[in-house]
Design a protein. Structure first.
Length: 453
């Protein structure tokens, strides 16, 4: 089977950044970055991925690694003859089922990526002549979990000891010492050997030890120190699907070592399973999961729902009051005293995208105002029977913060970017023609691992 991969690499200005261990690890030899993408309403615009790559400039060493954008396939959903309510299947972007012209717009989006991937913000001087950006266009819909599996097992994309796995709509909004974290994990510290996966803080994981005790009744160690690690690590009780750094062997030997279906998402498969495991066995059970939070004391990852954002004119972007990403201005950690969540109200501004405002909180709160039964705990008060949105104890929402995803921490200079062939080009990974043609987007399916269910 052939693979649609477009290889590019750019040499730029050399920026030397030393890590805490006193040497600079070769990130291109140690790290592969997998970014998952699939159809969203803003296509064919590339604005979402452009904003993501601008945010990469805040992550020390990431640009020097091999970055592979894993483009899942999709299934077109059409109404049954005669229209009306008799539809063959309902559109579900989360599961790669698209209606109307979204499939055609996704193909156009992939073609635009192929044309623009050699230009900023995909290309950056921070690549330092070794970083690469590639497209892996899967020939049919795999689903979120099986797309990652295909990148590892079917196409052998990951050949480095470490991997970052992320999604197209999770952005870095604070500086991340990734180089130092990789160096610490690559060391021979006994504490490092038990760390299989490192997550970056989001609003759902701030003040995590206190939150786990309050919400789940779990007493987690407040910190784990690893030699050379720039921040303490906090063990996680839940397997989160947001952007993470992991040992590649952890993915092949544990995360992906289970039957996977097209509708599966790794967080849904592993998150509740780990939580149940931890409630039964406490920290002794954590050893098999090996996932930790890099406790930087502030929000690092911001999730902008790609399924809500729509395309907008680039000249509509205007945010003069937001600080530039180069300013070290992290969001402080909110207190969770009397509250189960550290979430706050925020909106992102992105050139080329419009993010509709979230629905307002209903005037009448409480379980009676919630139409569907809510089985989980409220993120604010911890009571069961209603969600945070309908919590009768929640105070008035705070002012909405603005997060500017339109500016980069790096000054991209086209004159410093010189395309050259990718060192990863081989018999299995070779360029294909532009994905304007359906036949080029859907080559003969590769061998599958397991059966669809």
């Amino acid at each position: 089977a052939t693979v649609s991969v477009l290889n590019w690499v750019h040499a730029g200005a050399v920026v030397v950044v030393s890590d805490a261990l006193g040497f600079e690890p070769a990130m291109d030899k140690l790290l592969t970055v997998l970014i998952q993408t699939s159809p969203v309403p803003s296509h064919p615009s590339t604005a979402l991925l452009e904003a993501l790559f601008r945010s990469f400039d805040r992550v020390d060493g990431l640009r020097e690694a091999r970055v592979v954008i894993v483009c899942d396939g999709c299934d077109a959903v059409e109404a049954a003859p005669g229209g009306g309510a008799a539809a063959a299947e309902k559109e579900n972007l989360k599961h790669g089922k698209v209606a109307g012209d979204k499939a055609a717009r996704y193909r156009e989006h992939l073609a635009l990526l192929a044309e623009r991937i050699s230009q900023p913000p995909f290309a950056s001087p921070l690549q330092k002549g070794v970083g690469t950006v590639e497209l892996l266009v899967l020939p049919h819909r795999h689903g979120a979990a099986r797309a990652v599996e295909a990148a590892f097992n079917t196409y052998g994309v990951v050949t480095t000891p470490f991997v970052v796995v992320g999604q197209h709509d999770n952005f870095f909004i604070a500086d991340v010492p990734l180089r130092a974290v990789v160096a610490a994990l690559a060391g021979d510290s006994p504490a490092a050997q038990g760390v299989q996966c490192v997550h970056f803080p989001s609003t759902s994981t701030l003040n995590y030890a206190a939150k786990a005790e309050k919400r789940y009744g779990l007493a987690l160690p407040p910190r784990t120190d690893v030699a050379g690690m720039p921040h303490p690590l906090v063990p996680l009780a839940f397997w989160y699907g947001r952007t993470q750094l992991a040992r590649a062997a952890y993915y092949t030997g544990f995360v992906l070592k289970r039957p996977l279906r097209p509708r599966d998402h790794l967080e849904e498969l592993l998150g509740e399973a780990q939580l149940a495991d931890m409630k039964r066995g406490g920290m002794e059970a954590h050893a098999r999961w090996g996932n930790y939070l890099l406790d930087q004391g502030a929000e690092v990852l911001y999730h902008l729902s790609g399924r809500r954002a729509v395309a907008a004119p680039v000249d509509a972007y205007e945010n003069p009051d937001a600080p530039a990403p180069s300013d070290s201005n992290p969001t402080p950690v909110p207190s969770i005293a009397g509250c189960y969540t550290t979430a706050r109200s925020a909106r992102a501004v992105v050139p080329g995208l419009h993010i509709p405002a979230a629905p307002k909180r209903p005037a009448a709160a409480g379980p009676a105002a919630q139409k569907k039964r809510f089985r989980q705990q409220c993120f604010h008060c911890g009571e069961k029977g209603h969600s945070f949105k309908f919590c009768p104890h929640a105070p008035h929402p705070p002012p909405t913060e603005t997060i500017d995803l339109g500016r980069s921490a790096c000054n991209h200079d086209d004159a410093q970017l010189h395309p050259r062939p990718s060192p990863h080009d081989d018999a299995q990974l070779h360029p294909r023609p532009s994905p304007h043609d359906d036949a080029q987007l859907h080559p003969r399916p590769p061998p599958r691992h397991g059966e669809d269910r």
